[in-house]
Design a protein. Structure first.
Length: 306
């Protein structure tokens, strides 16, 4: 495969690039910053990798069999009105650009697959409903962002196989939501964040990377696919396991204000969750390495300690 990836320098993208490169596929990093990308992917460790800033994206996409679109301003920040707007517009801008570049190519040199990220925020939040790929969209801001983000990707040429992966909260080493939550746990001796009743639809970093990888190479992966583990948990349960693996019994609720202080309004992702099931991934026969949050956390924390 030859794969062009936006957001390749991020938490999920970095691991995807490592995997593809290790399997001898060609990778093009589509980035806003060559210097940042060169630090993340030094040539000595990633011989042959191509780093492309925006003016070169066209050439990269033209030479690719597949494109993965992961770029966007992180949502776990304090949401000023400007940032809130940029959370949406950064995603729409990059996605539109990628779609235009793909669509403008002659048929013979057009990539055959686009795997485009979206999020479980599409469904809105609920303590009682269960969401699968058929469920309607919610009515909060993140749902609106996801709808427009997906709507933009859906404009891709009909000959391109499109997989829209609605990603849950990704748990892994060195980044993502967990990196922000662990210090809070250490300060507050663990404990549920918020009421603890909210649902937490998580996925291990290895599994989301495998799912994206599979979507690139397997023609059955098409349309919306939830990127979440088979067993979402209520947040109190997630925190209990995290407390256990960190050796911090989960007694005291971590106050909402503390969480909002580190995550800003992006805290809504963990304060008000949704219970999302990976129905399509299961139908497609995708094999999850981590089905239970306790195992996922154990493996992540033991790697951290190692
Ligand atoms: P990161 O925040 O780690 O990385 C995103 C990448 O997007 C960055 O490396 C950067 O690449 C690019 N980027 C950042 N800001 C902007 C901007 N303002 N305009 C254009 N590009 C920008 O993301 P993750 O790896 O965590 O996630 C990848 C995608 O999956 C994201 O779109 C995210 O919303 C989605 N997702 C992630 C979840 C998670 O738990 N991690 C959960 C649900 C969805 P560069 O600087 O090289 O251009």
């Amino acid at each position: 495969l030859t794969v062009s990836i936006t957001g390749a320098t991020g938490f999920i993208g970095r691991r995807l690039v490592q995997r593809l490169h290790a399997d001898n596929h060609s990778v093009h990093v589509l980035t806003r910053s060559r210097s940042k990308s060169e630090l993340i992917f030094p040539v000595k460790d990633f011989p042959g990798i191509v780093i492309a800033e925006e003016p070169q994206w066209k050439d990269s996409i033209q030479g690719s069999t597949g494109v993965v679109n992961l770029a966007g301003l992180p949502i776990s920040t304090r949401w000023s009105p400007e940032i809130k707007k940029e959370i949406k517009t950064s995603r729409i801008r990059v996605t539109s650009k990628v779609i235009d570049l793909i669509n403008d190519l002659p048929d013979a040199v057009r990539p055959t697959v686009l795997v485009s990220a979206t999020a479980v925020g599409y469904y809105g939040t609920s303590e009682t409903q269960i969401f699968d790929e058929q469920s309607p969209s919610g009515n909060d801001y993140l749902a609106e962002v996801c709808r427009e983000w997906e709507g933009t990707a859906l404009k891709v040429n009909k000959d391109v196989r499109l997989a829209l992966v609605r990603i849950g909260v990704v748990l892994g080493n060195d980044g993502g939501a967990l990196a922000k939550m662990i210090p809070l746990f250490m300060v507050f001796a663990g404990g549920p964040l918020g009421s603890g009743k909210q649902w937490f639809s998580w996925i291990h970093l290895d599994d989301i990377v495998n799912l994206i990888y599979e979507a690139l190479s397997n023609p059955s992966y098409k349309g919306v696919i939830n990127g979440t583990a088979p067993n979402p948990v209520r947040f109190a349960e997630m925190c209990e396991h995290l407390g256990n693996v960190l050796g911090r019994p989960s007694w005291l609720p971590v106050p909402d204000f503390a969480l909002k202080a580190v995550l800003g309004e992006g805290a809504s992702v963990v304060l008000d969750g949704q219970r999302v099931l990976p129905v399509r991934a299961k139908e497609l026969g995708f094999s999850f390495k981590y089905s239970y949050v306790r195992d996922a956390l154990r493996s992540i924390i033991s790697q951290k300690a190692a």
